[in-house]
Design a protein around this ligand. Structure first.
Ligand code: AMP
Length: 613
């Protein structure tokens, strides 16, 4: 089988066969991928350092063996010097045999650091293949029409921004921006399989405010033919709904008069909306939309505004899981479909069972996209406690098909574009297999997100502590957590953890409400009670102060996103960070704090009790 087989995503029968073959032959496909990468790239400067090849070309099996034995597992710090050299004009062959056509900028909102990673024209073909498989799976599972998907359109928020260039003139884009600028995306989007209501001119508009306004307006104008709604990440979709809440009256007035607001000044966008969407006044449509939007609370608003929508398509795993409750409210029973796992390094994970509930979602890594290996990691709570420099002790590296159900792994990728045994930094557990291909449940980032003393709180533990506190202390009060981020504050002694929370009334997210101080204090303690023994022990000793929750006023997380976007993060790839490290980002939230609450007791701690006795 060709490594990137062509197929028509509208042809479910052929598509099903392709997925069956890829997943059943995962081991062979992975070997072919590695052989191909090494055949092409073993003489790059990066690999030559480790492979020490002579003049003759070694057999594929020997190259493979040398790769496994000699090439070390790497991180961004290992690749960065090569990327910097390519950026300043040295040849692509430092890293890969194909010309590097673009540097992809990661969002930095999950791992904390924005990275520049090499990309080639062929990587774009891989991305196109990946998105086509996603469409195929969606079509097979969620559309009843067997001949090629629903005939409706997606109301799907997408944002591309102008990139940058390196000193040598190489474009720098986010991975999604590069994709949105590609001919392949534009063909699909305009006339092809993945039709959406957003005008291309809005997706490509450099002004985020004009872009989101027009995407929502066009989504409303086409409300009768929308069959799905979404955005790449749940935080982006929630932001879109909040934006709609603040702007629906103006949008209805545009629809009623057939006139676009004067402040939409980006000429290609203005022309497109007027010529193709706002064709004359439509008071009846404006009245329908206004009557839905005026009805408070906004429960089920997505279903009410887009009655033909059959599901919400957005990533709700990992740090995005904090948005599940609010999306369930807005969706009014629409299933949440978390379609994919991907990163700037490599877009590869597909949710093959779109109808699984969000907490059960797993992703299959397509074996023809890159070569995947996994560092098995043991977590402290596991029986075999492993000492490491973080609370995850690394055990060993295994191949894709050799991972074991129930175990925890960190993903390592080797790509055609010049990453070799590269640690992506994401952790997964294996939940099962589809044919010979493992299914991965996303756990979170490897990086410790919070630490003040010896304790280290990882993303997964922080998220589950917050979910627990929300369930038992926030929901019963009728509040909903609409966003959260954390900060380890060491500006005072002792330092303490701060959680910045956006709370809303669960019945009406715009309604004002009085915060129950006693409940919030209990919430602080409930979060601390969920942290591990080390945290609680240090809290008992007084080296960490009481955990604080700072409740934020309206729009604070939008301001945080604007802050990151102004620093070069792609709006489409933006994810509300589970924790922030920069004081400047913290100050953006600090200005919008409306209430501060502290734990009024120390969390229980078995070892501290023991020491006292
Ligand atoms: P970026 O490279 O900026 O696009 O960020 C990629 C990162 O986003 C990944 O390394 C993950 O940490 C996170 N991410 C991507 N897909 C998912 C997903 N389906 N669930 C949770 N986190 C995800």
């Amino acid at each position: 089988m060709a490594l990137l087989p062509e197929f028509d995503p509208a042809d479910s029968r052929a598509g099903r066969g392709l997925i069956e073959r890829l997943t059943a032959d995962a081991a062979e496909v992975q070997q072919d991928v590695l052989d191909e990468i090494l055949a092409r790239n073993s003489r790059t400067e990066y690999l030559r350092r480790f492979l020490l090849l002579g003049d003759s070309t070694p057999a594929a099996a020997d190259l493979r063996e040398a790769f496994k034995r000699c090439v070390p597992v790497s991180g961004y710090e290992d690749v960065k010097p090569y990327v910097d050299r390519v950026a300043s004009g040295e040849p692509s062959s430092l890293l890969c045999s194909e010309p590097i056509t673009c540097l992809s900028r990661s969002s930095g909102t999950s791992g904390g650091q924005q990275k520049l990673l090499p990309s080639t024209a062929e990587e774009l073909d891989r991305k196109v293949f990946f998105y086509a498989v996603q469409s195929l799976v969606r079509n097979m599972s969620l559309h009843t029409d067997d001949s090629g998907g629903g005939s409706g359109k997606g109301m799907y928020l997408m944002f591309a921004f102008h990139g940058d260039r390196t000193l040598s003139g190489l474009p720098i884009h986010s991975a999604l921006t590069a994709y949105y600028h590609s001919r392949q995306f534009q063909d699909r989007h305009i006339g092809g399989f993945d039709k959406c209501t957003s005008p291309l001119e809005a997706i490509l508009c450099p002004d985020g405010n004009q872009s989101i306004y027009c995407q929502l307006l066009c989504g409303l104008l086409h409300r009768r033919i929308v069959d799905r709604v979404g955005a790449s990440f749940a935080s982006g979709l929630v932001r879109g709904i909040k934006y709609l809440e603040d702007h629906w009256e103006e949008m209805c007035s545009n629809i009623r008069s057939g006139q676009l607001s004067d402040w939409i000044t980006h000429a290609p966008l203005r022309d497109a909306v007027i010529a193709r969407y706002l064709q004359g006044s439509d008071p009846a449509l404006a009245d329908e939309i206004a009557s839905e939007c005026a009805r408070k609370p906004w429960d089920g608003i997505l279903r009410r505004l887009w009655p033909g929508a059959r599901y919400i398509r957005t990533i709700v795993t990992g740090s995005m899981s904090q948005y599940i409750p609010i999306l369930e409210v807005y969706g009014g029973g629409l299933p949440l479909f978390s379609p994919m796992y991907g990163s700037t390094e490599c877009a590869s994970g597909i949710n093959l069972r779109p109808l699984d509930p969000p907490s059960h979602v797993s992703y299959a890594l397509l074996p023809n996209i890159a070569y995947f290996e996994f560092l098995e990691v043991k977590r402290e709570n596991d029986h075999e406690k492993v000492q490491g420099n973080d609370n995850l002790g690394v055990v060993k590296v295994v191949d894709l098909v050799d991972v074991k159900i129930g175990r925890c792994y960190e993903l390592i990728v080797t790509t055609f574009a010049g990453l070799y045994r590269y640690r992506v930094g994401d952790l997964f557990t294996v939940s099962g297999f589809y044919n010979a291909t493992p299914l991965f449940h996303f756990l979170g980032r490897r990086d410790v997100v919070l630490s003040i003393d010896y304790e280290k709180v990882c993303e997964e533990d922080l998220l589950s502590a917050i979910a627990e506190a929300e369930k038992f202390h926030i929901r019963p009060l009728g509040y909903m957590l609409c966003g959260s981020t954390a900060y380890a504050d060491i500006s005072t002694l002792p330092g303490h953890y701060i959680l910045f929370w956006d709370l809303a009334n669960a019945c009406d997210s715009n309604a004002t409400f009085d915060i129950d101080g006693a409940a919030m204090e209990k919430c602080c303690l409930a979060v601390e009670e969920c942290f591990d023994e080390m945290y609680r022990k240090i809290r008992h000793r007084g080296s960490i102060g009481p955990l604080e929750i700072r409740v934020l006023g309206h729009g604070a997380f939008n301001a945080l996103m604007d802050f990151f976007v102004s620093r070069g993060t792609s709006a489409s790839q933006y994810k509300t960070p589970t924790a922030i490290r920069s004081k400047e980002a913290m100050m953006v939230l600090e200005e919008r704090v409306v209430g501060r609450f502290f734990s009024q007791a120390t969390p229980s701690c078995r070892s501290a009790e023991f020491e006292r006795r």
